[in-house]
Design a binder for this molecule. Structure first.
Ligand code: CAA
Length: 256
């Protein structure tokens, strides 16, 4: 087992724990991660998911390079597809997934963080897509998600440079949403999770869905999707409660 699971006040915390390899991931860990995210998505005691790395040095130092040395093109295709599948499971989660990036987020580790809905970074976090240094390219969505998050120019600079950037530079280009001292990172992630948990779960899920879908659609298609999702919420218990709570000057109770 390389992934620790914990639930604190409706927040499901997944910690990748392979510290002797700076939490680098192999197919076994990818499958475990995929299953753990799916289990939390299905678990009604979980409303928000946090993904982090064990120790104080690494979130995930990437795909396992020693393992990749053994791969032929078919093996690489399978490994690439598996990594992409996991990132899709994370990105498609109707429950927000927060990456608490507590150190190195390199290569596949950066790509896994990109699939998360939000990235909170510790001050010692370092991000990179260093694949070109290994004669590779990003294989788990980096060429597609990074430009969508930081813009094409910043993504090209990072991907063809292969260099590391620190947390403040990640913040500047929009790769990190926020930066905190390492010993405060989980508290801040939990605090944001709590904020989200107070909001309508269907509203949150539909927002994520519309935002994710917008990437592959024209503006008009995206607007149509949005207005359908907007109107579908009307008449649901959640929306009725949210609107009524405002009018009655009280806090909405979405989860009882
Ligand atoms: N795969 C396998 N093992 C890794 C690893 C990785 N991605 N990253 C670190 N490790 C291992 C090291 O080999 C070392 O193991 P040993 O003690 O058995 O030698 C251990 O973790 C500790 O690492 P270092 O001694 O190198 O630690 P450091 O503090 O000197 O350096 C580092 C830290 C700068 C992160 C360095 O380990 C490093 O550059 N790692 C590789 C990062 C990388 O290139 N990641 C991208 C992989 S490609 C990819 O992910 C493709 C994709 O798109 C899917």
């Amino acid at each position: 087992m390389f992934i620790n699971r914990e639930i604190i006040d409706q927040v499901g915390i997944l910690t990748i724990d392979r510290q002797d390899a700076l939490n680098a991931v192999n197919p076994h860990i990818l499958k475990e991660l995929d299953q753990a995210v799916k289990d939390f998505i299905a678990d009604e005691n979980v409303g928000v998911i946090i993904l982090t790395g064990a120790g104080e040095k690494a979130f995930i130092a990437g795909a396992d390079i020693k393992l990749m040395q053994q791969l032929d093109t078919q093996g690489a295709l399978d490994f690439g597809k598996l990594g992409q599948e996991v990132t899709m499971t994370i990105e498609d989660s109707p429950k927000p997934v927060i990456a608490a990036v507590n150190g190195f987020a390199l290569g596949g580790g950066c790509e896994i963080s990109l699939a998360c809905h939000i990235r909170f970074a510790s001050e010692n976090a370092m991000f990179a897509q260093p694949e070109v240094k290994l004669g590779l390219i990003p294989g788990w969505g980096g060429t597609q998600r990074l430009p969508r998050i930081v813009g094409k120019g910043n993504a090209i600079e990072l991907i063809i440079g292969g260099h590391m950037i620190d947390a403040n530079e990640a913040l500047r280009i929009g790769l990190a949403n926020k930066v905190f001292p390492l010993d405060n990172l989980m508290n801040e992630a939990l605090k944001f999770a709590k904020l989200v948990l107070g909001n309508g779960p269907n509203s949150v899920a539909e927002s994520l869905h519309c935002i994710n879908e917008s990437a592959g659609h024209s503006l008009i298609e995206g607007l149509n999707l949005e207005v359908e999702a907007f109107s579908d919420l009307f008449g649901t218990d959640e929306t009725t409660e949210g609107l009524m709570a405002f009018v009655e000057k009280r806090k909405a109770d979405f989860r009882s």
